[in-house]
Write a protein that binds this ligand. Structure first.
Ligand SMILES: O=C[C@H](O)COP(=O)(O)O
Length: 326
């Protein structure tokens, strides 16, 4: 089976994953061989699957896949405006020209609900979507009706993407039906906005739980599965990524629907972004290296990528403070 990508404004767009009935037999049969996964993940960073000459091109690609994020209690309209200006023009025109590239933008800007309106305004006239974290982010422990209302409010305010957090307790108590029902309700509340399911993998206990939670969220209609809020003590890792992208592959093989992947939290180095892109290319193929199917959730990655690009062009590193985000 294969769902057909369509082209809109020069970009590939995937038909949305409609989800399917909860298949508990499939869930029960999901395995995760922790030592094999850890071995494979450990072999990834050292390998030169991306040749040096192509690194600048890969870094530019990585920029287009960033959900440029600010999720702080002290966020202000001014900070969000500056972040949006960065999303519109992530690399200086001079650097882009030296790299022989046309204008690029980040994949999205990701903020809390109250910052949606200023972000939408600051991105007016671009195709850059605003993503909002939701459902009582980061713990997801507010009353259920309020979590649904929060999604609806954020969609009304102009968010085109909603990053929900799942109830970790449903995974830890193996209450798969509750997890499925919750995700279904979140997806319905999103309407036409795309929904990313944040699993908070650092709080799920085992890789097998990560694999099962990934599968259930996809069965319930998630457009993306996302590792972390950035607020857990362990956020995106390569072993967790391997488990989640293999769940995405299995789901695609069974249903023909491509679900997106968003590693988030703690990805701040340019070289790590290349490792992630190489992993996606090897495990899922080039089609997944497009903004409709892959995003980095990151607040400071862009700054390091800019420094590396500048080094590539000029041979010298600039100070980190010159690449402030907000
Ligand atoms: O979803 C995005 C994360 O909150 C960003 O995490 P970070 O600040 O560690 O890059």
């Amino acid at each position: 089976m294969d769902s057909q990508s369509i082209e809109q404004h020069g970009q590939l767009v995937e038909p949305r994953n409609p989800g399917m009935a909860l298949d508990l037999d499939w869930v029960a049969n999901v395995q995760a061989n922790t030592s094999a996964i850890e071995r494979r993940a450990a072999s990834l960073p050292g390998r030169r699957s991306v040749k040096k000459d192509y690194q600048a091109a890969w870094l530019l690609k990585a920029i287009t896949l960033i959900d440029l994020t600010t999720l702080s209690g002290d966020d202000t309209t001014g900070r969000v405006r500056r972040l949006c200006a960065k999303a519109r023009q992530p690399v200086s025109p001079a650097l882009l020209q030296a790299l022989d590239m046309e204008g690029i933008t980040t994949g999205a800007v990701c903020v809390y609900h109250d910052m949606i309106a200023p972000a939408v305004k600051a991105l007016d006239g671009t195709d850059i979507p605003v993503a909002a974290v939701s459902t009582g982010f980061p713990a997801g422990l507010s009353p259920f009706h309020l979590r649904i209302a929060e999604i609806e409010e954020s969609v009304k305010a102009g968010a085109k993407e909603i990053d929900i957090v799942i109830s970790r307790r449903h995974v830890l108590t193996q209450n798969w039906q509750a997890l499925y029902d919750e995700m279904r309700a979140f997806r319905a509340a999103c309407g036409d906005a795309h929904v990313k399911a944040i699993l908070a993998t650092g709080e799920l206990g085992t890789l097998r739980n990560v694999a099962r939670a990934s599968l259930i969220c996809m069965m319930a209609g998630a457009d993306f599965i996302k590792t972390s809020t950035g607020k857990e003590s362990v956020n995106a890792t390569l072993p967790v990524s391997l488990v989640m992208i293999r769940a995405i592959r299995d789901y695609y093989d069974a249903t023909g629907y491509r679900v997106g992947y968003k590693p988030a939290g703690g990805i701040s180095k340019a070289k790590d972004s290349i490792t992630y892109l190489a992993l996606i290319k090897e495990e899922l193929g080039d089609r997944w290296l497009q903004p409709d199917l892959f995003r980095f959730g990151a607040s400071s990655l862009l700054g390091d990528i800019e420094r590396q690009l500048e080094h590539h062009v000029t041979g010298a590193y600039s100070a980190g403070y010159r690449h402030a985000m907000g």
